[in-house]
Design a protein around this ligand. Structure first.
Ligand SMILES: *Cc1c(COP(=O)(O)O)cnc(C)c1O
Ligand SMILES: [Zn+2]
Length: 426
């Protein structure tokens, strides 16, 4: 069971279909890595029959694996034992009111095992690594992918090697180390770490989980869309905001929404809106050109910069697939400044109850910025891709505790009241 679902891996550029067992499980050898990963082609007629036999509503598995028929993992036993996905969706009436929108929802993927959306992809990469008999798995990462891969690999005792920029936030580094990964910090950028993984994986025969190189990631990343739809009773929102670095999450989301329509669960796709940081906005520039010329292509930038470390990407490896995917659902790309990201990082916990890292707040900043153009009847969802605890250095630039601790006695009552008053005025 299972093998029949995965027809093969297809190059969206030239159309070649490679068999799923093929060692070529990366980019198209003819077109090269520029066009991103091959797409997992699934047999939807076959899947539709399986889903009829065991409908979604009967399932007890409250994790991303409840959609196993839609995942490119051949044996159910290959899945990692961690509980990934089925993260909560919250409606915020306050955000809807403040932004003058119909309804606003947030989906908190900071509640995954390693506190980011990346767990959805790492789970599939590790399962496939086991099925394809790899002895180790490696990734380049701005932090979350490596933390996530370290945990998923540790859960099945698969050796894991991660290559990350030295400037990676501490919390993410500690996660990698705690889960026993071999951590290779490099004196360089994420884009350089990516290039190094290609070389070392080729040399040592490791599976490469890097985004935009491993074709199974998008399949894991699509589960966030499928879940959001199911959690909303398949009445999908009009627009979905997500932050974009390599473009892997957004490609997956678009695929997930399209599959649901194909399978008849929904009657429309939300417009998916990709939000980038202004200092790392390769895909925003590319989108504008794409809309003018019809050519989906991008120009890498050598020195991307933003406080949102998770999306500080100068060469988006899944960029071209992301551009086409977003076009296919009627969405678009936009960018926000670091100041707008910090502002959103402050507002989001107060308006939605969820504390996100800067890259998650980027999507919320996109919602805030786009809201005047959306209309008061629009329902919008924001994907919160990583927990605020991931990057306390940036949080520390926003919030501080008082440097003068109070005397622990009734003598402090007046000062306590004064502090409450001050906090209300903020
Ligand atoms: C990786 C990441 C993103 C962006 O995902 P891409 O697939 O690189 O576009 C956004 N937010 C967080 C928290 C991430 O870790
Ligand atoms: Zn090709």
């Amino acid at each position: 069971m299972g093998r029949e679902r995965l027809l093969g891996l297809k190059c969206e550029q030239c159309g070649t279909l490679y068999p799923p067992e093929d060692e070529c499980q990366t980019c198209c050898p003819q077109c090269g890595p520029r066009y991103g990963t091959l797409e997992c082609r699934l047999d939807y007629d076959y899947i539709r029959r399986l889903l009829n036999k065991n409908p979604l509503m009967n399932r007890r598995d409250m994790s991303m694996f409840r959609y196993r028929e839609l995942l490119p993992v051949i044996n159910a036993e290959s899945h990692v034992p961690l509980h990934i996905g089925w993260t909560p969706v919250y409606e915020s009436e306050m955000a809807a009111k403040n932004l003058n929108l119909g309804r606003v929802f947030v989906k908190d993927d900071g509640l995954n095992p390693t506190a980011s959306y990346k767990d959805r992809a790492s789970a599939i990469a590790v399962a496939r690594a086991r099925e394809l008999d790899f002895e180790a798995i490696c990734t380049a990462s701005t932090g979350n992918a490596a933390a996530s891969l370290a945990a998923c690999a540790a859960s099945v005792h698969l050796p894991c090697i991660v290559i990350v920029p030295v400037a990676t936030p501490q919390a993410k580094l500690m996660q990698m180390l705690a889960f026993g990964a071999t951590v290779i910090p490099i004196d360089g950028s994420y884009d350089q770490a990516f290039n190094l993984t290609i070389e070392v994986c080729r040399e040592f025969g490791w599976m490469n989980r890097s985004a935009g190189f491993n074709p199974y990631l998008v399949e894991g990343k699509k589960t966030g869309a499928i879940e959001l739809a199911e959690q909303m009773g398949f009445d999908v929102p009009d627009v979905v905001f997500v932050s974009v670095g390599d473009g892997s999450i957004i490609t997956g989301l678009c695929k997930g929404f399209k599959e649901l329509r194909l399978l008849g669960f929904t009657d429309r796709c939300p417009k998916v809106i990709g939000v980038q940081a202004a200092g790392a906005n390769v895909l925003v520039q590319a989108w504008n050109r794409y809309m003018e010329t019809g050519e989906a292509n991008f120009n890498p930038i050598p020195n991307p910069h933003t406080i949102a470390d998770s999306i500080c990407v100068g060469e988006p490896r899944e960029g071209i697939r992301a551009l086409k995917a977003v076009k296919s659902v009627g969405g678009y790309f936009m960018d926000v400044t670091d100041d707008e990201i910090l502002n959103a990082m402050k507002r989001m916990p107060l308006e939605t109850g969820v504390f996100g890292e800067p890259a998650s707040a980027t999507a919320y900043a996109g919602l805030i910025k786009a809201s005047p153009s959306l209309g008061k009847d629009v329902s919008a969802a924001v994907l919160i891709t990583g927990s605020g605890l991931k990057d306390l250095a940036t949080a520390g630039s926003l919030w501080k505790t008082d440097d003068n601790p109070l005397e622990p006695s009734i003598n402090s009552f007046d000062q306590i009241l004064e502090k409450v008053r001050q906090n209300e005025e903020r």
